[in-house]
Design a protein around this ligand. Structure first.
Ligand code: SAM
Length: 237
């Protein structure tokens, strides 16, 4: 009962919206938010609300829809993955979005993270190196009505200089180091969230750009697919 009470408090009535949602995965989504996110300390109400409403099952291949709300990443084709829900939540929470921001995502993948950003920020630019993934994500986001997202095909390891500065940059693939381009493309006060380390294990860092430099903090240990490109890893042949 305490959990129910916490849930009501945190989402401030969002349960009503969930119960009115008739898609067959609404209960799975509710459980995902409650047990994977709130229990582990995700507290940003806007992030919790977005993840309680956005149909994650639509962003995975048909044969994975029944496990779309489980506590793990899932394959999305091209050897890539949609990230674990908790990872999406903590990375998004680190951006501290209020709704007015222009943000970028490096690594569109399925488009799920872009959909979350779409409801939490004003404008989203997301870049993906695999054209097929970008085409699918673009189509799905349009079908679902996320109209403030622009998907670009290319090497996101150099960022998106033409659209900068950003109040938030989220990198959903692991880099060998923090590329200076990403810092350069942040507005003062802007937040960068990026996994850095080896392809076998990384630390998720949150970097805030200040008037005089940057403030960097390690958030947690993680395991992402590699950021392939000029400022990332070389592609294995
Ligand atoms: N955010 C995605 C989602 O919501 O489904 C998951 C991203 S997946 C963990 C990482 C993605 O980064 C892959 O789709 C991969 O192709 C992409 N990627 C890797 N290196 C990249 C680069 N240099 N530029 C753009 N995308 C890249």
């Amino acid at each position: 009962m305490l959990l129910r009470g916490n849930y009501f408090n945190i989402l401030e009535g969002a349960l009503l919206d969930i119960s009115q949602n008739t898609d067959i995965y609404a209960a799975d989504r509710f459980q995902m938010v409650q047990y994977q996110l709130i229990y582990r300390g995700i507290h940003d109400k806007r992030v919790l609300k977005a993840m309680s409403e956005i149909p994650r099952h639509r962003f995975v291949p048909d044969n994975y829809q029944h496990v779309a709300y489980e506590d793990s990443p899932l394959p999305i084709g091209e050897g890539q993955t949609i990230s674990q829900p908790y990872m999406v939540a903590i990375m998004t929470q680190c951006l501290e979005l209020k709704g007015e921001e222009k943000v970028s995502e490096i690594g569109t993948g399925s488009g799920y993270q872009a959909a979350i950003l779409s409801v939490l920020a004003a404008q989203v630019y997301s870049i993906e190196r695999h054209e097929m993934l970008a085409i699918n994500a673009r189509r799905l986001l349009k079908d679902l009505g996320y109209n403030n997202v622009e998907i670009i095909v290319g090497d996101g390891s150099i960022g998106l200089p033409d659209h900068s500065p950003f109040q938030g940059i989220i990198v959903t693939a692991c880099a060998p180091k923090i590329p200076q381009n990403f810092i350069d493309q942040l507005a003062i006060g802007g937040r960068l969230v990026i996994p850095v380390g080896s392809p076998f294990g990384q630390t998720l860092f949150r970097v805030v750009k200040t008037e005089t430099g940057t403030e960097t903090k390690g958030i947690l240990e993680c395991a992402f697919v590699p950021l392939i490109g000029a400022e990332g890893w070389k592609e294995e042949r």
